[in-house]
Design a protein around this ligand. Structure first.
Ligand code: PMP
Length: 363
């Protein structure tokens, strides 16, 4: 054996926050355990997806690198050209492609900048820093919304990409059409604006922005969507972006070959083919969300307006205490430092237990 050698990673690795994925719930005697930590679909995929998986017979074959079937089906569904759609291993895969294509370190030692709200999806700083670009985190407003004014003020000549997250993970509020239009008017046309709509299907606020409408009106908008949440395909890793050809042409070059398996592609198509059943499940989640929010308000909790499949409890210093109390009730929830706790809307029994817990815990 050779002597062990020390192989150094890129220095940026030392600055990366760890991606803390939601943990499965700990077992507690006498209680069914529920995971409310990853915004997953408690009802799973529609039956047609399970049938597609059971019938799948191409495991030894490589997938279509362009996921043509899915892109064509999505094109029909969204009424956009298939050429404007790029798939990825989840929308996180699609986002990574976008960042790596348009932002990074420059040959002169300076860094491109990527602006995003904070707190928001915890992968944003990881993906941005890994690319070599600088992350510019703009704090949310006091009511846990994007501070679009501050985000616009953060734009400079190094800004390459801006991320908007609507509804915002982990706090829940949406961006309205007027807000996004007003913001886009302040963004130079060479700066890309990514609208991350991972939780789109759960929105019931009619004033909410529709990313596809923004993409139709603005050449620099990229829409990010996923099959992980409403469609319940989180483990299959299918997401996509929609953008104009002057953007899409580069995304295709940098895309990880074969990122979406045929199994995932066909499952996504099957789910789209049964969108009515998908939306029935989404409606159940939304009605449970309304029950949970009402329950929280009745118990004296002041929570931000959520349009996603989770609620945000701004617990501050009491965050770890709440996470531990939830664990004792066999519920796994997601705590963020000493900021707050995000709790996914889950099975009816899980939501009821969560409401009992918050009543006992006290607002
Ligand atoms: N965007 C947001 C806002 C998310 O919350 C998530 C998942 N937590 C993603 C993107 C990535 O999801 P996926 O890669 O499963 O599509």
């Amino acid at each position: 054996m050779n002597e062990p050698v020390s192989i150094s990673p890129r220095p940026v690795l030392d600055t990366l926050p760890a991606y803390a994925a939601g943990k499965p719930p700990a077992a507690v005697e006498g209680l069914v355990a529920y995971k409310l930590a990853s915004n997953e679909n408690p009802y799973g995929p529609v039956p047609a997806v399970r049938e597609t998986i059971a019938e799948f017979d191409a495991i030894s074959r490589y997938p279509d690198p362009l996921a043509t079937l899915l892109r064509e089906r999505l094109a029909e569904h969204l009424d956009v050209p298939a050429a404007d759609i790029v798939t990825g291993a989840g929308s996180l895969g699609a986002l990574t492609q976008i960042i790596n294509t348009f932002a990074g370190a420059r040959p002169d030692g300076t860094q491109d900048e990527v602006i995003f709200p904070w707190r928001s999806f915890e992968a944003y700083p990881i993906v941005v820093r890994t690319s070599g670009a600088k992350d510019v985190q703009v704090p949310l407003t006091e009511d846990f919304r994007h501070d679009l004014q501050a985000m616009a003020a953060a734009i400079n000549d190094r800004t390459r990409v801006i991320l908007l997250c609507t509804p915002n993970n982990p706090t829940g509020p949406i961006l309205s059409t007027e807000e996004v239009e007003g913001f886009l008017a302040q963004v130079p046309p060479h700066v890309l604006v990514v609208i991350d709509e991972a939780y789109l299907e759960f929105i019931r606020d009619e004033g909410a922005v529709d990313g596809i409408e923004m993409y139709r009106r603005h050449q620099n908008v990229v829409v990010l969507r996923t099959f992980s949440k409403a469609h319940g395909l989180a483990n299959l890793r299918v997401g996509y972006s929609v953008s104009h050809p002057h953007i899409t042409q580069y995304l295709c070059v940098i895309a990880t070959p074969f990122a979406v398996s045929s199994l995932a592609e066909r499952s996504a198509v099957a789910s789209l083919d049964h969108l009515d059943q998908v939306m029935e499940r989404v409606d159940q989640v939304v009605s449970e969300r309304e029950r949970v929010v009402q329950g929280l308000q009745d118990a004296g909790w002041d929570v931000p307006d959520t349009q996603a499949n989770f609620v945000w409890l701004p617990l501050g210093e009491r965050t770890p205490e709440f996470v531990a109390a939830a664990e004792r009730q066999a519920l796994s929830v997601r705590g963020f430092g000493t900021e707050g706790v995000r709790v996914s809307i889950g099975e009816v029994e899980a939501n009821t237990r969560f409401l009992e817990l918050v009543r006992a815990f006290g607002a």
